[in-house]
Design a protein around this ligand. Structure first.
Ligand code: SF4
Length: 402
């Protein structure tokens, strides 16, 4: 299997892009995680993987989306993005997740990323704006990988994403990337209406046939003003998803990403381990994209001239969030204990940083439910390479032992 994967990479991807991926993301990205681990030993948290929502607008209207996509457009502009990346680089960061809204609606997206050939960017996109020309530009840049979301069959996709013809446009975007030998991923937010179509070997084989190099099965989270909790996976379906991922990793020549388990199958929250935090289009620093409360901004504000490093290292709110969540569960505090999250927000008078200004009411209305933490039912990795890599680069880093 690993040989087949190596063969695919060598023959299907552009060699220069492969080199960039291996060096920027593999070697330098790996080093940034090791730096994070040693900072943690000194009690300091500066996330090595920052996720940056550069725009709130989107052309789609997905069910359960928590971003204010219909609100007046707001973006992180090139000078702010430049400052952010430079400050993060000073801490050894190399990787940035670019999120939205739809990032390709940002008028300067690829020009902003072109300024940092030494970094690596993963763009979370619906693929609709990836024309052949844009795919060629991504190939030319080499420091970018699109992660294109597919949410189900034609009918399910249209229902989930609020428009007709969504899937074919998305697949066109995938094809444009693959044809141009861009290192391309496809992700899915698994929910009750798409799990039977997409959590299948047939779908993984189809991705491989299409030339997709990696995939990521997220799990639908009922958040935002219209949370649609009826779409949430049942606990049995969530376990089936984990088992499927572990199985496919040992069997198929495609990389499968996940963010919620260590190599032994223990659950974790990436915001609690401090490996990632999120920045919204207004520049507010949040623990993660669905925790839409903040005390700090990447922008210099009146009365707060701290550097980005100082903001992360001294934020009492972020620290309290991580510690409270770590004490409560290895899973997701938002889903399991919204009451505790609300208490953290109130303790620090953290600002609701949505445009709709209803996040606290939404949090209060959440019904507690299970998350990735399922004690006694851990599913360890079967593929030794994933197990080994996770041991070094993706574990709980001891945060739950405190
Ligand atoms: S708080 Fe929940 S949604 Fe946010 S990173 Fe942690 S597990 Fe994921």
């Amino acid at each position: 299997m690993m040989l087949k994967m190596a063969k695919r990479m060598l023959f299907e991807a552009d060699k220069r892009l492969l080199w960039k991926l291996a060096w920027n993301m593999g070697v330098k990205g790996g080093l940034s995680v090791l730096r994070h681990k040693s900072r943690l030993k000194r009690g300091q948290v500066f996330p090595p993987f920052l996720y940056v929502s550069i725009i709130n607008s989107c052309n789609l209207r997905c069910q359960g989306c928590w971003v204010d996509v219909a609100h007046k457009q707001h973006t992180i502009d090139p000078p702010a993005f430049r400052k952010l990346v430079r400050e993060a680089k000073q801490m050894g960061n190399i990787f940035f997740g670019i999120v939205g809204g739809e990032p390709f609606m940002h008028p300067h997206l690829l020009d902003m990323l072109a300024e940092f050939p030494e970094c690596y960017f993963q763009i979370f996109t619906n693929g609709h704006f990836i024309t052949d020309e844009r795919a060629k530009r991504m190939r030319e840049l080499g420091n970018v990988t699109p992660l294109i979301s597919v949410e189900g069959s034609e009918i399910i996709s249209d229902e989930r994403r609020g428009r007709a013809g969504v899937l074919s446009k998305t697949l066109q975007g995938v094809q444009n990337c693959v044809r141009n030998k861009v290192f391309t991923g496809v992700c899915t937010s698994l929910c009750r209406t798409n799990i039977d179509d997409l959590l299948t070997e047939k779908w993984v084989d189809r991705l491989i046939e299409m030339g997709v190099m990696y995939t990521w099965f997220h799990v639908y989270r009922p958040m935002g003003p219209n949370p649609n909790p009826e779409l949430c996976l049942t606990p049995e379906q969530a376990r089936r998803a984990r088992e499927f991922v572990v199985e496919m990793r040992a069997k198929k020549p495609i990389v499968i990403v996940d963010a919620y388990y260590d190599g032994e199958g223990n659950a974790l929250c990436p915001a609690v381990t401090g490996i990632s935090h999120h920045i919204n289009p207004w520049g507010d620093i949040e623990p993660c994209p669905i925790v839409q409360f903040s005390k700090e901004s990447i922008h210099s504000t009146k009365g707060d001239g701290r550097t980005l490093r100082e903001k992360f290292l001294t934020s009492a709110y972020l620290k309290d969030f991580r510690e409270t969540a770590a004490e409560a569960t290895r899973g997701c505090i938002v889903l399991e204990r919204p009451d505790l999250l609300k208490a953290v927000v109130e303790r620090h008078a953290a600002k609701d940083v949505t445009a709709r200004r209803t996040a606290l009411a939404e949090l209060s209305a959440l019904t507690p439910r299970g998350s990735q933490h399922n004690p006694g039912n851990e599913v360890p990795e079967k593929n030794p390479l994933y197990r080994f890599a996770k041991r070094i680069f993706f574990s709980d880093f001891g945060v739950y032992r405190k």
